[in-house]
Structures are given as C-alpha cells and as structure tokens.
Design a protein. Structure first.
Length: 163
C-alpha cells in the first residue's frame, strides 16, 4: 500500500507542476501579446517620429559619403491610407562611390529602427534603387545614378582616410 500511495503522490505532484508551468506559459504569452498591441494613435505618432529620424539619418549617411546636397533631388510622396509620406531622393553619385557600400550603410541604419534596406539595380537606366522599409511601409526611396562628371571634396577624402 505504501508503494501505491507513493505512486499516486508522484503523479499528483507531476500534474500540479504541469498545471503551474502551463499557467506560467499562458501568462507570458498574454503579456507578450499585450506589448505587441499598441493603440493606433500612439503607434502612428511613434511611426511619424521614426520616419522623421530616418529622414535625418539618410541625410547623415549621404553626408558621410561626401555626397553634395546639390546632387540630391528630394520629393515627398503621400502613402495611401497612412498618415506618413515616403521620401524619394534622386542622387547623382561620383564614380568612386560604390552603391553596395551605400546600401550596407542604409541597411545598418534601418536596422536600428527595426527596418531594412532593399536594393535593386536597373541596368537599362544604369541606376540603383534602395528602398527603406519600416512597419510594412516603404518610407524612403533613394535612386542612385552614377555621374562621371562629379567629384567628391578632396578635403573630405583626406578626413575619411585619417578616420
């Protein structure tokens, strides 16, 4: 009889532990799900702030590569059914700027905002288009077009070599 009582106690203990673990898992799941669902107004405001930050960061990346502001044409395009706009930049780049390096810099920057940069090459037009995607929206489009007549600032190159 002592063995039967021990067996019953062991099973009962395992059932209780399983129920406690299942309850903990359900609680963690519900807590995680609650953090994913934000009010849409707060979310839109947050996305607008991030879009503005990404816009400034794109300018910073272009400046880091010594892309002159005169070589950039910027247009705001409204996104349907959203309170944000997509920024499109047409950027003339000198031949010594490598589009793959720009794409990598944009991707690194976008990851800080939980986004990504996607590039595609158009051989017919000799251009590279980089889209920065955030929260399911393309918020930036950068079209890079090489121009053999452009030259980067020599002083900027010296600073870049020292860094």
């Amino acid at each position: 009889m002592n063995v039967a009582t021990r067996f019953g106690a062991g099973v009962l203990f395992r059932v209780l532990v399983s129920a406690v673990l299942a309850g903990a898992a359900l609680t963690l799941f519900l807590m995680h799900r609650a953090t994913l669902e934000r009010p849409s107004e707060a979310r839109q405001r947050n996305v607008r702030e991030i879009v503005a930050d990404v816009d400034r960061e794109v300018d910073t990346v272009l400046a880091h590569f010594q892309i002159d502001r005169r070589w950039i044409r910027k247009v705001e395009i409204p996104i349907p059914n959203a309170e944000i706009s997509r920024t499109e930049r047409r950027v003339a780049i000198p031949p010594d700027v490598i589009p793959v390096q720009l794409n990598q810099a944009f991707n690194t920057m976008a990851r800080r905002y939980n986004g990504r940069a996607i590039a595609s090459e158009n051989l017919k037009e000799n251009s590279v288009t980089i889209h920065i995607e955030l929260e399911g929206y393309i918020i930036q489009t950068i079209v890079l077009k090489p121009n053999p007549d452009l030259r980067r600032d020599a002083v900027g190159k010296e600073r870049q070599k020292k860094a």
